[in-house]
Write a protein that binds this ligand. Structure first.
Ligand code: GLN
Length: 200
């Protein structure tokens, strides 16, 4: 299994570290030719969504990545990555990949709110969520599976092959969401295999 981590800006190093610790073959996506290799999953890290989007367009990566995601490439997006996937940004005409039918509000907690942590219980465990100038998901299409909802709104969703989080699991010691992403990739790979076998 090979996972590409978008590495044009933001907190990509930490994702690479977590995935390597989980035994995954990881590579950085910095330019178009990095997409020539096999890719089974994509990580869109946190950072600054407008900068990332501009760099993606400048580097010619925007459309090829959008196409891969539309075709079903499993994605784990965190924070700015979630903004890139979202169909709509609240009070903002800017659009990016638009593959995830949700609306996000950027910098929901205020531009000055650096970071904060919140412990929540989720599927029989306590998760430590780390937010950094985080967005909030303010609306979701009925087909979107809401994983975590706080008082103010939604902060984790899954939709088909896309997992989008408003916090930074790569900065906590917990690997739950990375493992969930790897399971999604596994499921897709075995599905592809059975299609392949059925075709013969
Ligand atoms: N505030 C950033 C943005 O709007 C996201 C912050 C983050 O990725 N930690 O793009």
């Amino acid at each position: 299994m090979r996972v590409g981590v978008l590495a044009v800006q933001g907190a990509f190093v930490e994702h690479i570290r977590v995935l390597k610790r989980l035994g995954v073959d990881v590579f950085e996506i910095r330019q178009l030719k990095d997409l020539d290799q096999r890719i089974d999953g994509l990580v869109l890290p946190g950072g600054e969504s407008t900068t990332q989007s501009r760099l993606l367009r400048d580097l010619g990566l925007f459309l090829p990545l959008k196409k891969r995601i539309q075709e079903g490439l499993p994605v784990l997006a965190t924070c700015a990555g979630t903004i890139l996937l979202s169909e709509k940004i609240d009070d903002d005409p800017t659009t990016h990949f638009q593959t995830l039918p949700v609306t996000v509000k950027r910098n929901y907690y205020g531009r000055q709110t650096g970071s904060f942590q919140k412990k929540i219980s989720f599927e029989n465990q306590i998760l430590d969520l780390i937010f950094i100038r985080a967005p909030l998901i303010t609306a979701t299409h009925p087909d979107v599976n809401v994983l975590i909802r706080l008082n103010e709104g939604v902060v984790a969703v899954e939709y088909r092959h896309q997992i989008a989080l408003n916090f930074h699991p790569e900065l906590s010691h917990q690997t739950y969401f990375h493992e969930r992403f790897l399971k999604l990739i596994q499921a897709r790979l075995s599905q592809d295999n059975s299609h392949h076998l059925n075709a013969h």
